[in-house]
Design a protein around this ligand. Structure first.
Ligand SMILES: C[S@@+](CC[C@H](N)C(=O)[O-])C[C@H]1O[C@@H](n2cnc3c(N)ncnc32)[C@H](O)[C@@H]1O
Length: 292
């Protein structure tokens, strides 16, 4: 496999041919430093680039005018984002300590750390961003778990993992950057027979008809390409991934968005998420599938 070296200090290769689009996404995430991600991660050192799930604990927040309210709000948003990861990990089955899990599109590594803490196993992550991989590896080093948790710069459509190496794999809000047939072909290759694949993702709702104007706004904001729910199920079926569980998480993510929209950390995309979840054109779903 030929490769393009990106930086010098992580295991840093995007298998060739990396597309110009993937170069854009690598740059996007290399430059990403939104307070909404960093300040939340600073709460306990788990850095996520995904959204939250569950009811807001209004008692813990107090009143909007109180001193310290903003700090409590940041902690609450972060709690909901970690709760989202717990929901994903809860669908991975029961990996043993000797198993390897693969986090495809691992970001700054928050989900990988939580997976290792929960199962004690090895977790291998890939991201297009060398900044994210370095960040995730540094956090694993600080936590003393770098012998179990590792991020690499790598295209998730062509990973260095061996065929059948992984007991489970997942995409946590990272499947909207790739072609789903290519993505699931690679997960199917890397997973052992009987292994578990899980995604949590936003997808457009076929019942709405086509991507709504809100979905188009979200695509433009994140430079991604949101797929429909139907495309997920079809591409899984084509790649030996048989859905075991499909959960519409939309009602559980709305409280997070409504709280976030009131904070000083808004990024401008909150209205598109809230309106599209409410008009039914966009859904936040979890799909867990067995590799057969
Ligand atoms: C929204 S972030 C999610 C990060 C992480 N899963 C989380 O929950 O915090 C999207 C991630 O997908 C990664 N990504 C997008 N396309 C990719 C590709 N082709 N190969 C590997 N990673 C990719 C980005 O580098 C980024 O880390």
């Amino acid at each position: 496999m030929t490769s393009t070296e990106l930086t010098t200090n992580t295991s840093l290769f995007i298998p060739s041919p990396a597309s110009p689009y993937q170069g854009d996404i690598a740059r996007y995430w290399d430059q990403e430093a939104r307070p909404v991600n960093l300040r939340l991660g600073d709460v306990d050192g788990l850095y996520h680039h995904h959204y939250g799930l569950g009811d807001v604990d209004h008692d813990s927040l107090g009143n909007a005018g109180d001193s310290g309210y903003e700090k409590k709000l940041v902690a609450e948003l972060h709690r909901l984002e970690s709760a989202q990861t717990e929901v994903l990990l809860g669908q991975l089955g029961s990996p043993g300590r000797d198993d390897t899990l693969v986090d495809a599109g691992c970001g700054r590594g928050g989900s990988m750390v939580m997976a290792h803490q929960r199962f004690g196993c090895k977790v291998e992550g890939v991201t297009l961003s060398s900044k994210q991989a370095d960040f995730a590896n540094e956090r694993a080093h600080q936590l003393g778990i770098d012998d179990h948790v590792r991020a690499r710069v790598c295209n998730m459509l062509g990973t260095p993992f061996e065929t059948g190496q992984a007991a489970a794999s997942w995409n946590n809000e990272s499947s909207m950057y790739v072609d789903l047939e290519d993505l699931f072909a690679e997960h199917s290759r890397v997973l052992k027979v009987g292994g578990r694949y899980v995604t949590i993702t936003g997808c457009w709702n076929p019942r709405y008809g086509q991507p709504s104007k809100w979905v188009s706004q979200i695509n433009a904001h994140f430079e991604c390409n949101i797929h429909s729910r139907r495309e997920y199920l079809r591409a899984m079926a084509n790649n030996r991934l048989v859905p075991q569980t499909v959960i519409d998480l939309t009602p559980q993510t709305l409280p997070y968005w409504e709280l976030r929209a009131t904070s000083s950390l808004v990024t401008g995309i909150e209205e598109a998420f809230i309106e599209s979840y409410k008009d039914g054109s966009f859904q936040y779903v979890l799909i867990a599938a067995d590799r057969v």
